[in-house]
Design a protein around this ligand. Sequence first.
Ligand code: AMP
Ligand code: MG
Length: 309
Amino acid sequence: MAPTSLPTEILRADRDAIDRAATLLGQGAPVAVPTETVYGLAANATDALAVARIYKAKGRPDFNPLITHVFDLEAAEKLAYFTDRARELAELYWPGPLTLVLPRREDAGIADVVTAGLPTIAIRVPAHPVMRALLHRFGKPLAAPSANASGRISPTRATHVAASLAGRIRLILDGGPTEAGIESTIIADTGGELRLLRRGPVHVPDAVAGDDKKIEAPGQLSSHYAPQKPLRLDVTEPDKDEVLIGYGEVEGDLYLGGTPVEAAANLFALLHEADDADAPKIAVAPIPGDALAAAIRDRLKRAAAPRSN
Ligand code: AMP
Ligand code: MG
């Protein structure tokens, strides 16, 4: 991968540093921040390009949907539909290491790239004082996966973050070692029983084991959005019955952008648009390049593969 050379500041997470982090977030730059589980790489969840830069910084991403962090339950209810039992769980365990996967509100204002195009959203109210101060100061939801480069273990200290992301991000807020060191428990409440998608620090007795990777039937919880229509890759001359998603020099009917970060930011929103278009088939222009571009191609290849059900 081409070396990147952003100067990376590591600042003790005092008030000034949190102000600086909020400024950078407002400019669309991702910032590393401690949570009570592990250090996260946070970006403005309402800004698709900012979120795409998380993927760029992490190296070869897999486009899994990200957890959206908010300050409190009130902010969470603006993003998703809560059942009574989901609200009870939130009241019991928030702030804390519990993530709830819930139906996403149409007016949530969260970028499609955060949820990888899914109709559900994963939300958490973190307990760490630094992350809470940042959420409060910034005033918008933050999407954040763990702050490590692809393939590295999850970071529990600022030095771990620096070891894998120095030169790729502008700021690391140092809040000392994280407490749990284990990623949050994930519970889905999207119809039917409560499902445990990931074990973690919080134990919810009512949840049945559910695997977000295995369940792919329509209407069920799937960890990946795939378009309904057949999809053809590396197309520069579309057939009459295809809507073309362009990239770079290839304009198309819909346009991903001219850089891998733009394409990552627009990918899921445009797949949805292509699904809604009149043409019965989708074609996508070539997306040459390594790292992020390669990850986008992988994502599209999976979307193009015939479905088993
Ligand atoms: P991490 O950011 O590393 O803690 O991982 C986030 C986890 O949440 C991944 O395993 C995702 O697959 C999962 N996740 C996030 N959003 C959703 C969603 N809408 N549906 C199912 N799983 C999700
Ligand atoms: Mg991770």
